[in-house]
Write a protein that binds this ligand. Sequence first.
Ligand code: 13P
Length: 271
Amino acid sequence: MLKEAKKNNKAIFHFNINNLEWTKCILEECDKLKVPVIIGVSESAIKYMGGYNVVAALCYSLITDLNIKTDVCLHLDHGSSLESCQKAIDAGFNSVMIDGSKLPYKENVELVKEVVLYAKNNDVSVEAEIGSMGSISQDELKLGTNTNVEDCLNFVAETGIDSVAASVGTVHGIYKGELNIDYDLIKKLSSELTIPLVLHGGSGLSNDILKKCVESGITKININSDIQDAWSIAIKKYIKENSSVIDPRKIIGSGFEAIKEVVDSKININE
Ligand code: 13P
């Protein structure tokens, strides 16, 4: 999926899921738009939903029962250990991210190599991260450290990963101000690398900025917070206006359109 997108200078979106409703909405919308999609799921979301097997069964059963025709990749987001990646692979995930970015370079490489070995034996692809991403939480911005080009090239060569997440100035979470994205770094990394480049922290960025990232060489864009934000605004509005409704399907379902609108608006950047 990503190799093809890199060849065509397009991006594949990774949308994070939290539950059945999220998964259903994302699958239905991407199927309607006829675009391939990566369903990303974090360890904490997996724990919330019951476990790796639950998530895999949920995703694949929805694909079957909803007759989803578009290509779907089920991907572990920010796996923190070899064990976590093994559990995802054993449960049938197609792709895993091992995030050793907080480790010293050598330890990151060793951890990633172990995951790659296990993944390759199971025909699963691996994303890994180098450099440190920033984050925003309760309006407190913590900037990361941008990825060093030489380290990144060595990291990719030493580990044999399929895609690489580099820190280029984005942050996890929704940052409303202007971020200093290093487009030259994206261009440099993308032209030197043969594998796809992943942008984490895609939320809060305008479509023009996302487009510029793709034009510079980003192939995978991760979106989580934008959907949570849109869904929670819609739900809160519904509850305020319909305080007597107790049917959970009506309450939770009142956020469906908001999820689909985010998916729809992001996918637009590839047109
Ligand atoms: P956002 O929180 O900015 O959507 O980032 C999501 C992400 O990078 C998941 O890996």
